[in-house]
Design a protein around this ligand. Structure first.
Ligand SMILES: [Zn+2]
Ligand SMILES: [Zn+2]
Ligand SMILES: [Zn+2]
Ligand SMILES: [Zn+2]
Length: 451
């Protein structure tokens, strides 16, 4: 172990890392992070020039024990600490804008993966490359879950070229398959930001205006090897309203920040594995549209809502006679019929290859709605004196509320109820902490009032 003083010096000033890993990460990642602690670090910026030899035990000094932040209460129980973490998660959600904002639910994203030799760096375990692939898979799954009407394409950067790895597709399985074979993505050479962005841009040039066009770059290198002036590419992207977001793994580069700022995207440098995932997953909710108008300068010319044509396809049973699909030209029995031209496509949502009609299924459409009409945040009940609701049990799961306020120190604060009660502002029913989180994160509909 490193000397005590050193470890303290390296502890993070911000605590986002530990609390987020409880909420947003799946169990596997959490377990992994726990076992390994957080490889870090502050020092990453010197990494290019600095040598490991000059800083003995650098890996050890930067070892932060995430479990140190969890403290037992007087009774020796961890429950209080866990509630504190949940409360912090709630607080973050409460900070999210409650007012209605215009969001794009039909999204098109090109995921640009850095496959240059810089990705073989081991500052993130096991390597940047493996971690990127793992997080990219989780990102794609979660992204499609939240954006069922969206489509993702994948582009790689290696050997100074942009490389199309996966075509734009609305089917999560297709996208996951494109990055499933690790040996085909083996990193080598220099990345070319310009080539990759140009390739991503060309694959989105045909898209209609009601959909968003986004590029997300995971960038591990500190150089880019471009054939021309990348600022011209940037100008083209601004003109095409393409939003570029970059998650850098090494350090900030001016051109990266500029790409993001001018196109209205987000830029972040990952400090460690957990932070990398946070940065990535922040890009999952649909972007608010006002950011686009701001990025284009000029007055906020938010266009009036315009209607768009969508078709609900007819699903063919598995027993129907085989016929050719228009997307792959394969003989298949199952598929969907375009309601306008009766062409057969394999998957929805998609654009009909024949007539261009957008084909969606109604569950996809319904699932996209919760971003537009979020459940109002529940208010924390601070005292029992309010007579408007004296129910003893949670309206959601019938668990009994406690009668005495919790004495946890550090757990108090905005958004945390010492009684563990959270009240819906519409129906005035009280819910427990677990139900509150479940309603807002999974159900997207209040069981008390149906809103
Ligand atoms: Zn097909
Ligand atoms: Zn059609
Ligand atoms: Zn409950
Ligand atoms: Zn309600």
């Amino acid at each position: 172990m490193a000397p005590e003083g050193r470890r303290i010096g390296d502890t993070f000033a911000d605590d986002s890392d530990s609390d987020v890993s409880i909420f947003d990460h799946d169990d596997a990642t959490r377990a992994k992070n726990k076992g390994k602690g957080k490889a870090i670090d502050r020092r990453k910026k010197d990494k290019g020039k600095g040598k490991a030899k000059e800083q003995p035990y650098a890996w050890e000094a930067s070892y932060t024990r995430s479990w140190d932040t969890v403290q037992e209460d007087e009774a020796g129980s961890l429950q209080g600490a866990v509630q504190d973490l949940i409360a912090r998660g709630r607080r973050r959600r409460l900070q999210a804008p409650a007012a209605a904002i215009r969001r794009t639910i039909i999204r098109h994203l090109v995921l640009v993966l850095d496959l240059s030799s810089a990705m073989m760096d081991r500052d993130m375990r096991p390597t940047r490359f493996d971690l990127m692939l793992q997080y990219a898979r989780e990102f794609i799954t979660e992204w499609f879950d939240q954006n069922p009407l969206g489509q993702i394409g994948v582009v790689g950067m290696r050997g100074g070229l942009g490389e199309r790895i996966g075509e734009m597709s609305g089917n999560p399985q297709d996208v996951l398959k494109s990055i499933s074979e690790r040996h085909k993505l083996e990193p080598n050479g220099e990345p070319s930001l310009q080539n990759a962005i140009e390739m991503a841009r060309s694959s989105m040039s045909h898209l209609p205006t009601h959909s968003s066009r986004e590029i997300l770059v995971i960038f591990g290198s500190l150089t880019t090897c471009d054939p021309g002036n990348i600022h011209d590419t940037l100008d083209e992207c601004v003109k095409d309203r393409i939003r570029i977001s970059i998650v850098a793994l090494a350090a900030e580069m001016k051109i990266c920040r500029e790409l993001c700022e001018k196109t209205g995207g987000q830029f972040g440098v990952a400090m460690n594995e957990g932070h990398f995932k946070d940065l990535l997953f922040e890009l999952i909710p649909p972007p608010a549209q006002r950011a686009v108008t701001r990025a284009n300068g000029g007055p906020a010319a938010n266009p009036a809502a315009d209607l768009m044509i969508m078709g609900f396809p007819m699903r063919l049973p598995d027993t129907s006679p085989p016929s050719l699909c228009v997307c792959h030209s394969q003989m298949k029995s199952e598929g969907f019929l375009c309601p306008r031209c009766l062409a057969k496509v394999c998957d929805v949502p998609t654009d009909c290859d024949i007539c261009g009609l957008m084909i969606v299924s109604s569950p996809h459409l319904a699932r996209s709605y919760h971003h537009l009409f979020p459940v109002k945040p529940y208010q924390a009940v601070m005292t029992l004196e309010d007579p408007s609701n004296s129910s003893k049990r949670c309206h959601g799961c019938s668990v009994a509320f406690r009668n005495t306020p919790s004495t946890m120190t550090g757990a108090s604060g905005e958004g945390f109820s010492p009684l563990g009660r959270y009240r819906c502002p519409e129906c005035k029913n009280d819910f427990c902490t677990d139900c509150d989180v479940f309603v807002h994160d999974v159900v997207h509909c209040c069981p008390g009032c149906g809103k």
